[in-house]
Design a protein around this ligand. Structure first.
Ligand SMILES: Cc1cc2nc3c(=O)[nH]c(=O)nc-3n(C[C@H](O)[C@H](O)[C@H](O)COP(=O)(O)O)c2cc1C
Length: 371
């Protein structure tokens, strides 16, 4: 194996860690926790498999931070109480045994919640029913219910709950957290013009609409140890509206990436369906914009399973890349690429149908863990 000339296998720093390559696992909801949100031993084996396959850092599936409005899906894991912490330790231990760091993605579903054991009410910036329909692969169907507009107290509570969840992530031996500001969930509902009709300091221009994400980041950074990584994920497209684009174009990108850098994000994780295409009709990609206007490492995600697309994205300004579907098809993608072995195509039917739950075939036997 000769990876010395391959940009993907350069070592790279993320927080205090030096990673042996630039390829991480993207967050993927698999709705495979217990009904009360505890990560399982199967999940520990599932995550460890990617570390063993050469992924240099792992980001967990979206994990709900509180026992209130944040849960999005039935059987989604939480990090909202001590039982959750204990359960996640199995996962962090298993991944650390394989030598990789693991970051917990903290996700507040807001109006896109379609399964919440704690409440039937939905919280959002404004009482706007989401576009589209609930996701069937996560057990939903039909329209989303109309959410309730968050009060100022609710907003303060959201920030406090993100902080408490990050503190629990430290206890669970995670190496960091990723604040989920992308894909249409609560923080992105604040950033998005048509879901945010507020006339206070959290609504209106883009400076106000990015405020909550920035305040969450600042508060989480302040509450966690220096070496603990605190990143943020940002996208234009949403699970229920793939074609949305920031209406101010590059001017919005400038405000958003500068503000998140000022909020001391340790990285900006940008994601699009295909992150190699221009962010707007023409011109730079979202990766290039994050690199231009942000001042911290950029992680790029979206349609990068072709190694040449991944290399081109690194050459264009990404420090790291993550793979979702490509990793499900090839849990050892980095090793295969390093050894110039063929990659398998992603089979949606086999892996994510009839639902997104982790299949037995994706979980190595415990004995494998000692390979
Ligand atoms: C089954 C599945 C679950 C996902 N769950 C999450 C999630 O929990 N959080 C998140 O930020 N993105 C989630 N995503 C989006 C992926 O992280 C990624 O952005 C998207 O699949 C595009 O990357 P890819 O081309 O490498 O698959 C999910 C994607 C898939 C396929």
């Amino acid at each position: 194996m000769n990876t010395s000339n391959d940009i993907l296998f350069d070592s790279v720093d993320l927080g205090d860690e030096t990673l042996p390559n630039r390829v991480g696992l993207a967050p993927m909801t698999r709705t495979s926790a217990t009904a009360d949100g505890r990560a399982t031993t199967e999940m520990a084996r599932y995550y460890a498999k990617f570390a063993r396959g050469g992924f240099s850092f792992l980001i967990t599936e979206g994990t709900y931070p509180d026992e209130a409005y944040s849960q999005g899906y039935d059987d989604q894991p939480g990090i909202a109480n001590d039982d959750h912490v204990e359960a996640w330790r199995r996962v962090t231990d298993a991944v650390h045994d394989e030598g990789a760091p693991i970051v917990a993605q903290l996700m507040h579903a807001g109006a896109l919640s379609q399964g919440n054991r704690y409440t039937d009410e939905r919280l959002a910036p404004s009482a706007v029913r989401p576009k589209g329909e609930q996701l069937e692969m996560y057990g939903g169907s039909g329209e989303f219910p109309e959410p309730r507009a968050a009060t100022t107290d609710d907003i303060e509570d959201v920030i406090e709950k993100f902080v408490a969840a990050a503190e629990r992530a430290v206890e669970a031996n995670f190496d960091g957290v990723e604040v989920h500001g992308a894909n249409g969930y609560l923080l992105d509902q604040f950033l998005t013009t048509y879901t945010n009709e507020r006339d206070d300091e959290y609504g209106g221009d883009v400076e106000n609409r990015i405020r909550l994400t920035a305040e969450v980041l600042e508060a989480v950074q302040a509450a966690t140890p220096d070496e603990f990584v605190v990143g943020v994920r940002i996208s234009q497209s949403k699970v229920n509206d793939p074609d949305y684009r920031w209406p101010g174009g590059e001017d919005d990108a400038e405000v958003i990436f500068e503000r998140l850098t000022d909020a001391s994000a340790d990285y900006l994780h940008v994601t699009e369906e295909d992150v190699t295409t221009p962010a707007f009709e023409s011109g730079p990609t979202l990766t290039e914009l994050a690199d231009r206007y942000g001042d911290v490492p950029v992680i790029a995600n979206g349609a990068l399973e072709d190694p040449d697309a991944a290399r081109a994205t690194v050459a264009a300004g990404a420090d790291l890349i993550t793979l979702a579907k490509g990793a499900l098809a090839n849990p050892d993608w980095p090793q295969r690429v390093a050894e110039d072995r063929p990659l398998a195509d992603f089979d949606f039917q086999r892996i994510l149908q009839p639902d997104a739950t982790i299949d037995e075939s994706e979980v190595p036997e415990p004995a494998d863990a000692d390979d």
